[in-house]
Write a protein that binds this ligand. Structure first.
Ligand code: G6P
Length: 368
């Protein structure tokens, strides 16, 4: 392998731990903090078209779909454009409706995923403008889009995607701010988000330093074969991604869902000692999440909470707390996903699995 592992036992861990630097590279040259501006060269010629978009469809598979779900929340919240994410494999075959002013955003690390590529082709055939969010320069999806923003996170070796997800979410944040500024978002608000975004690499550093502690916590629940991951709002997709990471490399059965959905069925699964991971940072739905935590706790679930730094309240409800720095709500996925990546990594290592080459999975799936 050409890329050196350095001090790390696995590529996945290297890719997790290097995310501060990776994110800096992704953001480099794209943030003008002084003028509160986002600079995205690939969009410069299409600004008017983007600002007038009637509807945005985000599409992808696997981790890219989860990034797309965050993109949906971001585009609606920051740019006020109706946005929906769809699995590329489903979108392609449902006779999709493309109206004037529809934009498709295919999201893909490899740029070669067959389902995503055929969804892109279908949407373009029907008249959509395509804006790619791709990592691999010159890949098929990148070549077949009308415009795009590369992730610039470097090649990802670990089969379970980590840094590419971070890059996808960061780029979707930039796109939302870029388009939002040309619609309703005030310069001061953009400037405030950009300032916060600029600090995220340092925040990630403080989270990755908790790696050993996360391993110690995981060790205490590693014998459990069923886990739940719950979150609300911007942290709901993060819960889905946390569950996917755990499944992919540790082969532990995990489900992610909106925290409120649990009481409509999955709550029946909770028994004594079942690990339930809550992404419960401060924000508009904090109190609601706390009551969801209480519901699980009263049924014997073991609570692992990703919480905001200095939140002493949550320690009363959770068995274990992983702290992340406070950031504005739309940016929270960029920090809350990090402990979940480490959690999945340590679970897989503790169970003795080959983290970088999980069974049955391929880095890129080029068949439909
Ligand atoms: C495969 C990988 C996943 C990835 C998905 C989409 O299933 O195992 O980790 O999220 O493909 O890949 P892409 O390259 O399109 O982002």
């Amino acid at each position: 392998d050409q890329i050196e592992l350095g001090p790390y036992p696995h590529y996945m861990l290297k890719e997790i731990m290097e995310q501060p630097e990776t994110l800096r590279t992704c953001l480099r040259g794209r943030i003008d903090r002084r003028d509160g501006r986002v600079i995205l060269g690939g969009l410069a010629q299409h600004t008017r078209l983007l600002a007038r978009a009637q509807r945005i469809i985000l599409t992808g598979q696997g981790t890219a779909f989860h990034a797309g779900l965050i993109g949906e929340y971001l585009l609606e919240d920051l740019a006020k454009i109706p946005a929906r994410v769809q699995y590329a494999s489903e979108f392609r075959y449902r006779n999709p409706i493309i109206e004037d002013g529809s934009i498709i955003i295919p999201i893909s690390q490899s740029g070669e995923t067959a389902d995503t590529l055929s969804a892109l082709r279908e949407a373009r055939d029907r008249g959509a403008f395509a804006l790619g969010v791709v990592n691999t320069v010159g890949s098929t999806i990148a070549r077949e889009t009308d415009a795009g923003v590369y992730l610039h996170v470097g090649p990802e070796i670990g089969v379970a995607s980590t840094k590419a997800f971070l890059g996808q979410v960061a780029v979707l944040t930039l796109i939302s701010l870029y388009v939002g500024r040309r619609r309703f978002l005030a310069e001061a608000d953009v400037a405030r988000y950009l300032e916060a975004l600029d600090q995220i690499p340092d925040h990630i550093n403080t989270i990755t330093q908790q790696s050993d502690r996360i391993r110690d916590v995981v060790e205490q629940v590693i014998d459990r074969d069923n886990w739940l991951f719950l979150g609300r709002g911007f942290n709901y997709p993060v819960a889905l991604e946390g569950a996917l990471k755990l499944k992919e490399i540790s082969y532990i059965h995990a489900e992610g869902m909106p925290a409120a959905e649990m009481k409509h069925g999955p709550i029946a699964l909770i028994d004594q000692g079942m690990p339930v991971v809550f992404v419960a940072t401060r924000g508009s739905q904090y109190e609601k999440v706390i009551s969801n935590i209480e519901e699980v706790r009263s049924r014997g679930g073991r609570i692992l909470a990703v919480a905001s730094e200095g939140d002493t309240n949550i320690a009363r409800y959770a068995d274990f707390v992983f702290e992340v720095p406070d950031v504005p709500e739309p940016l929270q996925p960029l920090v809350t996903v990090i402990p979940l990546q480490l959690l999945a990594y340590h679970a897989a290592v503790l169970r003795g699995h080959d983290v970088d080459k999980p069974r049955n999975l391929a880095k890129s799936v080029t068949v439909e």
